[in-house]
Write a protein that binds this ligand. Structure first.
Ligand SMILES: Nc1ncnc2c1ncn2[C@@H]1O[C@H](COP(=O)(O)O)[C@@H](OP(=O)(O)O)[C@H]1O
Ligand SMILES: [Mg+2]
Ligand SMILES: [Mg+2]
Ligand SMILES: [Mg+2]
Length: 354
């Protein structure tokens, strides 16, 4: 079946939400709270979740949504709630037809809080479920690094549509992947990319705009003939991915170039357009369960660009078991043809640690 309406809705919804996040990114007051797992959340995360869920509910009222955030803290904190309401009202696409397609503005504060809380689906194997990460890489967002607004559609547990907005990546698909950021609030610097993919139909990138969608261009991964020349990427945060294990695996593969460290699913987008080759996310803690919203959209984009993902044991990622990837450990991404080789190196390094 065709997913053209799903793709268009997701592209517009993510694009509108990036406008909100950009306004928070360039302001000093990010309204940061600490969540129960002591990870940060900002007014940008809440506002983006409200806008995207209201877009999905407008176009597909029956669909389930697994969103990272909930509104519990906001129901107790009127100052924070008012800051978010202000942001949400200002974030509008400058194209009436586009804005109408995603339902127009949210009507009231209660509707905004209810939208945020509609991301409470338990997920699962049956039916249509959107996995939403309103700001992925919140720590990068706070540090002035990369971050991404990520929305994936799972159909019977299978990642089927993926859309990611990366306001701080260069528009040029051939730009090298480095850590230079330099965000420009007036969009003068050629930064801000919107990636999209539908299972079986390929992946595209287009510049983020403030109105109607720009035209998309096909993207694809680079072929890796000599794995020792591959570029590998990993999280900036050592608490999210074991830099030591990642380095040992790279060395086993003969890779001598240092890793490129980047926050968020901007990593998936970068390798999907050939700016890097391999992503290593080796678990830091054996008990950590990866969240489906941290991977669903990126997995569709990377697969449609010629890549494949698996966990550290080479098992396919199972998105149909709830809000987390509890049947998997870690995530490894590479061009399809070389993934088995990378997984062998991962297994060797992990076995040597036992
Ligand atoms: N101990 C841990 N291991 C792996 N991932 C973790 C983690 N603690 C938090 N994360 C996840 O790492 C994500 C960011 O990934 P990256 O390091 O690639 O930027 C966070 O997403 P959010 O920023 O959306 O909360 C969070 O869900
Ligand atoms: Mg978070
Ligand atoms: Mg995330
Ligand atoms: Mg997040």
């Amino acid at each position: 079946m065709s997913y053209s309406k799903e793709l268009e809705t997701a592209l517009l919804a993510v694009q509108r939400a990036t406008l909100l996040t950009k306004s928070v990114y360039s302001s000093h007051a990010k309204g940061t709270l600490s969540k129960s797992d002591s990870s940060p959340v900002t007014i940008g995360d809440f506002g983006a979740q409200a806008l995207i869920i209201s877009s999905i509910k407008h176009a597909f009222p029956e669909d389930e949504i697994v969103g990272e955030e909930d509104a519990d803290d906001l129901r107790k904190d009127s100052k924070m709630r008012d800051m978010i309401w202000d942001l949400v009202q200002k974030a509008k696409l400058e194209d009436e037809e586009a804005e109408t397609k995603i339902g127009g503005p949210i009507k009231s504060v209660d509707d905004m809080l209810n939208a945020i809380d509609s991301g409470n689906s338990a997920g699962g194997r049956k039916g249509r479920t959107w996995a939403l990460d309103p700001i992925d890489g919140t720590k990068g967002f706070l540090r002035g690094g990369q971050y991404a607004v990520c929305l994936g559609l799972l159909v019977d547990g299978v990642p089927t549509v993926g859309v990611i907005g990366c306001p701080n990546l260069p528009v040029d698909d051939d730009a090298p992947m480095d850590q230079s950021i330099g965000f420009d609030a007036d969009d003068k610097e050629g930064k801000g990319v919107l990636f999209g993919a539908v299972k079986g139909e390929g992946a595209t990138s287009r510049p983020l705009s403030r109105g109607a969608l720009q035209e998309g261009k096909k993207i694809s991964m680079k072929a890796v003939d000599d794995i020792s020349q591959a570029t590998f990427c990993e999280s900036v945060e050592a608490g999210h991915s074991s830099h030591g294990d990642n380095a040992a695996i790279a060395s086993k593969l003969g890779i001598t170039k240092p890793s490129v460290r980047m926050d968020s699913q901007a990593k998936y987008c970068s390798v999907a357009r050939g700016a890097g080759d391999i992503i290593l996310r080796l678990p830091v803690k054996a008990t950590y369960e990866e969240k489906i919203w941290d991977h669903a959209a990126g997995v569709v984009i990377v697969r449609e660009a010629g890549g494949e993902v698996a966990d550290v044991n080479g098992k396919p990622l199972d998105f149909g078991v709830g809000r987390t990837l509890k049947e998997n450990k870690g995530v490894v991404t590479a061009p399809k043809a070389v993934l088995p080789h990378v997984i062998e190196a991962v297994k060797d390094v992990l076995a040597a640690k036992l």
